[in-house]
Structures are given as C-alpha cells and as structure tokens.
Ligand binder design. Structure first.
Ligand SMILES: NC(=O)C1=CN([C@@H]2O[C@H](COP(=O)(O)OP(=O)(O)OC[C@H]3O[C@@H](n4cnc5c(N)ncnc54)[C@H](O)[C@@H]3O)[C@@H](O)[C@H]2O)C=CC1
Ligand SMILES: C[C@]12CCC(=O)C=C1CC[C@@H]1[C@@H]2[C@@H](O)C[C@@]2(C)[C@H]1CC[C@]2(O)C(=O)C=O
Length: 251
C-alpha cells in the first residue's frame, strides 16, 4: 500500500519507536494520528493530530477512532507501539509478584493492542478496497524478542509480548479474507526513552550481545521496517524479529 495521503494511527506515538514512526510517516506524506496516554505540546507539529487515550479503555479508544475518521478521513494503517516494560521477579525480595502488577502489563501490552486493532480493523472493513486484490488496510503490532527469550524478571512482559506474537496469525486469518493484513515486529534492544537512564554497566553487555552491528537499534530502523510492511502487499501473518541477531540470555 502506498502511504501517501493515507491515514495512519500510531499508538505510543508520543515517544520512542512510535515517535519515530510518526516522523517517518509524516515525512513520507501520510496523515498521522497519535493515540497516547501522554500527549506532547500539541502545537509542536500542526501536521499531526494528537489524541489522548489509554489503550486499555474500550470506550475512549472507540471515541478516538471516530474522531480520527472524522478529522482525517479513512483509517488505512494502524501501528500499535504503546507499551510498558516494568520488571519483577516471580518471587522477589518482598515476596510474590503482586498479581495486579502482572495483570497491568498484560492489560496494556496485550489487551491494549487487541483493543486498538479491533477498533481500527472495524473502520478499515467499512471502507472500499484500494486495489484489485481487495486491500483495505494494514495493522502492525509491536512484540519483543522477550516473546521468545524472556529474561529474569520478565515473566509478565514476556507473557504479554508472547501473546502479541501468538495472536498475529489468527487475526491475519480473521481479517485477511476482507483485505486487512496483520504483521508484528519483535524488536531487540532499541535506544528509546524506555532504555534511557540505564547506565553503561547495563548497556555495554546488551550491545556486545548483538551479532552485528554491535550497538542498540535506532528507532528510525524500526520505522523503516513498519514502512516496508505497509508497502509490501505480500507480507502477512508474520512476526519479524528486528534485533541485529541478538539472542537474549537470562539477564
Ligand atoms: N525500547 C526497546 O528496546 C524495546 C521496546 N519494545 C516495545 O516497543 C514499544 C515501544 O517502546 P518504546 O518506544 O521503547 O517505549 P517508550 O516508553 O519510549 O514509549 C511508549 C509509549 O507508549 C505510551 N503508553 C504506555 N502505556 C500506554 C497506555 N496504556 N495507553 C496509551 N499509551 C500508552 C507511553 O506514553 C509512551 O509514549 C513497546 O510496546 C515496547 O514494549 C520492544 C522491544 C524492545
Ligand atoms: C531491552 C529490554 C528487553 C526487550 C524489551 O522488549 C524491552 C526492553 C526495554 C527495557 C530493558 C529490557 C531488558 O534488556 C532488561 C533491562 C535492560 C530493561 C530495562 C532494565 C533491565 O531489566 C535490566 O537492566 C536488566 O538487567
């Protein structure tokens, strides 16, 4: 799908990987709507519509989708980047991990992604196809290499991202017959605010564990893959690692 003039909804677009997608898609002629629970100064870029919502909330995300369709037009692309990555061992110094903490990670990363994509897909399915194949839209989710190699303290996070990876194929099967493709990117370790604040002591070994190039991923490299997924009409139902060949160890 050519992205020029298409409406692209990006969750978590106020920061990091989502923010890089916002920049990339705006630069390449798309109309971008950011759905985030934290909105930057809305006057910063008049080309972008910022809407505040929590991805876990059914009603407010539905209202935001209506508003985007009203303000920008036909929603053709949805990129789910909103996520959280708190760590917590199953049994830590203070005892067993609080169930609410586990639930919150599943709620934001897994249920939040599904909530957004189901409502975006509903909008896409109501649109006329764009080409002879019957293409109506593209959905991209963000998992993590933790879906496959969760580290110590990542039971909740790995479970949430494993869920995102696992739901990719069945959702592609649900929506494919009606012209919507669904793919997931599983990033390795990227330089974003989620990683900011970690000192060298933690970052160096992560960089060394990457096969090549021996550095953290750049958010623009994530955006480039998202753009390729939108552009390549034959890519569907796939989980794509973007990780410089890293395989995470236990810590
Ligand atoms: N940075 C990294 O190394 C990696 C990140 N990821 C995943 O990539 C995605 C983006 O991560 P980063 O850009 O690094 O993080 P980030 O912390 O820079 O950005 C996450 C964005 O999501 C928003 N958000 C969080 N909870 C939300 C909610 N309930 N409703 C609406 N918005 C919400 C935040 O406000 C923030 O703008 C996340 O899903 C993360 O798990 C996956 C692998 C590696
Ligand atoms: C890079 C990690 C793992 C993959 C992911 O989806 C998100 C991440 C951002 C937070 C990172 C993650 C992991 O590398 C472990 C650390 C570095 C985490 C921040 C603190 C962290 O748990 C740690 O310092 C472990 O030693």
């Amino acid at each position: 799908m050519n992205i020029t003039d298409k409406v692209v909804v990006i969750t978590g677009g106020a920061s990091g990987l989502g923010g890089a997608c916002v920049d990339w898609f705006v630069r390449h002629g798309a109309k971008v709507a950011v759905l985030d629970r934290r909105i930057p100064d809305p006057t910063a870029d008049p080309q972008i519509v910022y809407l505040e919502a929590d991805v876990t909330q059914a009603d407010s995300v539905a209202a935001v989708m209506d508003k985007i369709a009203e303000q920008l037009g036909e929603i053709r692309v949805c990129i789910n980047c909103a996520g959280i990555a708190p760590a917590g061992k199953t049994v830590g110094r203070d005892g067993a991990l609080a169930l609410d903490k586990f639930r919150q990670v599943i709620d934001v990363n897994l249920i939040g992604s599904f909530n957004v994509l189901r409502l975006a897909a509903e909008k896409m399915l109501a649109l006329e196809p764009l080409d002879a194949d019957g293409a109506r839209g593209v959905i991209i989710n963000t998992a993590s290499v933790a879906a496959f190699e969760g580290q110590i303290g990542q039971a909740a996070y790995a479970a949430s991202k494993g869920g995102v990876a696992a739901m990719t194929l069945p959702i592609a099967r649900d929506l494919g017959p009606r012209g919507v493709r669904v793919n997931t990117i599983a990033p390795g370790v990227f330089e974003t605010p989620m990683m900011a604040g970690l000192n060298e002591e933690f970052v160096k070994p992560l960089e060394q564990a990457v096969q090549f190039p021996k550095r953290l991923g750049r958010a623009e490299e994530f955006a480039k893959l998202a753009a390729h997924i939108v552009d390549n009409d034959y890519l569907n139902g796939e989980v794509i690692r973007l990780d410089g060949g890293i395989r995470m160890g236990p810590r």
